[in-house]
Design a protein around this ligand. Structure first.
Ligand code: SAH
Ligand code: SF4
Ligand code: F3S
Length: 466
């Protein structure tokens, strides 16, 4: 896959920096999507800081306001329109520059709507993120609206500056795009086709992070276990050409204590990945395994390419092969044509697997996807009732499931002070459960052994092992 030359963009960064000299300008950024979207925001922040903008959490103070959008469900889109109404005043009264980027900008009907009815200065998409310096420069110099969207398969961008939100945990995008076209999902249309970064570039980034003191790495992609699959078809010659090999390599980087990844696809969960999770001591034994539906019929229409039984067999295999494995998942309720019986199948899988965490979604029609064109849409009321039933089943299991932790000793990366109680430190178990405990500040960023003493639904309490 061709790498994009960003030299010109680095020059634009310098040009905007000159314009901003002595002005003490601030930027405000709102990240509205998933972790990939967050990682893109970190790159936008990186470019802006190089241009001498400094970050503010107050929109009112900002000379530049950026929305990094998401369109995976309708509520994400509605949120943007609400915000665009709010910023109108900032632009008219103070001359604040408004930039809108991200997945939603790859949808033609949305860009049209914004052009017609809202105020903005720059619109950029997922394939033009790296051109943000040039677009911003042109908007400032020419005082005109810039729309920079391209609809390409996508290329690989390396070398953009990045300003990370956290100094202990970092996410690293290993691949972009998606080839799966699940029939409910907009992501393949707005993120382009699958393309993987070269392993050496990823390893360099992780080594650099380790050197800077980062302890936990989350590898990101829409379908991480098909890492390099497309490149291998085209004659890739890197020896690190599978996800399992990549995990094994990252596991050897000293300084990194914990490796997580999202999301794998059940259909691509090959044995070598299972073995790598089992054998790499730093790789979290929590597997996020998106189920979407427990009904074989629904899964077929969703184009997920596995059945209920195949999913359950995969879970069973991992339970046998990976000591202390746990699972989390994503589930959609109310997909077109979902019958009561189909929904019962979903509940059945939830009972059988015993997920640590479930991200539950009500099906949302996305323009341009096959699901949107299906005639047997489920009434809102039934969707909501099913959502509530699933939520209850899950919530009823949380406290029972938490009891297994009591008395156990967990090795935990100390992330900082608890948001709800500033006297307590916090971190997460390998299975991603929040743990709070008493301890001194100098433990932040270190791995400590914590004995779990009690459970409180959404968090566990523990004490440092002497
Ligand atoms: N590539 C990842 C995540 C994609 S988006 C994966 O395959 O797991 C995250 C989650 O949003 C999906 O797993 C799915 O559960 C949910 N989602 C995607 N499209 C949706 C839609 N149209 N309505 C409701 N939920 C949706
Ligand atoms: Fe969407 Fe399916 Fe691709 Fe995930 S795998 S991003 S759900 S199309
Ligand atoms: Fe992520 Fe939303 Fe785009 S979930 S990939 S930001 S559509």
């Amino acid at each position: 896959m061709k790498k994009v030359d960003i030299t010109e963009q680095l020059e634009y960064i310098e040009k905007v920096k000159e314009i901003n000299d002595g002005k003490n300008l601030k930027y405000y950024i709102l990240t509205m999507g998933c972790q990939l979207n967050e990682n893109d925001s970190e790159k936008i922040c990186g470019m802006l800081e190089e241009m001498n903008y400094s970050k503010t959490e107050e929109m009112k103070e900002a000379g530049l306001i950026i929305f990094n959008t998401c369109c995976v469900r309708e509520n994400a889109e509605e949120r943007l329109f609400g915000k665009l109404g709010e910023v109108k005043k900032q632009r008219e009264e103070r001359g604040a520059i408004i930039a809108i980027g991200g997945c939603m900008m790859q949808e033609d009907h949305i860009v049209e709507k914004i052009k017609q009815s809202y105020q903005y200065d720059v619109i950029f998409g997922t394939h033009t993120l790296h051109k943000f310096p040039e677009d911003l420069y042109n908007a400032i110099i020419n005082e005109k609206r810039i729309t920079d969207i391209i609809d390409i398969e996508g290329e690989i961008i390396e070398g953009l500056p990045i300003k990370r939100d956290n100094n202990i945990k970092a996410s690293v995008t290993i691949m972009n795009g998606c080839n799966n076209f699940c029939s409910y999902c907009i992501v393949p249309y707005v993120r382009g086709r699958e393309r993987s970064r070269q392993a050496e570039d990823i390893l360099d980034e992780v080594r650099q992070l380790a050197k800077q003191g980062y302890k936990e790495i989350t590898l990101l992609g829409q379908n991480v276990n098909s890492y390099m699959v497309e490149e291998n078809k085209k004659g890739n010659n890197s020896p690190i050409n599978t996800f399992a090999k990549l995990l094994t390599e990252i596991n050897q980087i000293s300084g990194i204590e914990k490796i997580r990844f999202i999301s794998p696809h059940p259909k691509d969960f090959t044995d070598d990945v299972i073995e790598a999770i089992r054998d790499c001591e730093k790789v979290s034994k929590l597997v996020h395994l998106p189920l979407q539906s427990g009904s074989t019929n629904v899964l077929k229409v969703m184009n997920r390419k596995y059945t209920k039984e195949q999913y359950l067999n995969l879970v069973e295999k991992m339970k046998q092969q990976i000591p202390n494995v746990t699972f989390s998942t994503d589930i959609i309720v109310g997909f077109p044509g979902e019958t009561e019986e189909d929904f019962e199948d979903t509940l059945d899988v939830v009972r059988k697997v015993g997920f640590e965490q479930i991200f539950m979604f009500i099906y949302s029609r996305r323009v341009g996807t096959p699901g949107d064109k299906m005639e047997n849409q489920i009434p809102e009321e039934i969707k909501h009732q099913r959502f509530d039933r699933l939520k209850k089943l899950y919530e009823d299991s949380v406290s029972e499931n938490n009891k297994k932790y009591i008395g156990r000793t967990e090795e935990i990366l100390v992330e900082g002070y608890s948001k709800n109680n500033e006297n307590l430190l916090t971190g997460r178990t390998d299975s991603n459960k929040v743990v709070v405990f008493e301890g001194k500040k100098d433990l932040i960023g270190k791995m400590v052994n914590i004995k779990i003493i009690s459970e409180h639904m959404w968090y566990l309490k523990g004490e440092i092992c002497k």
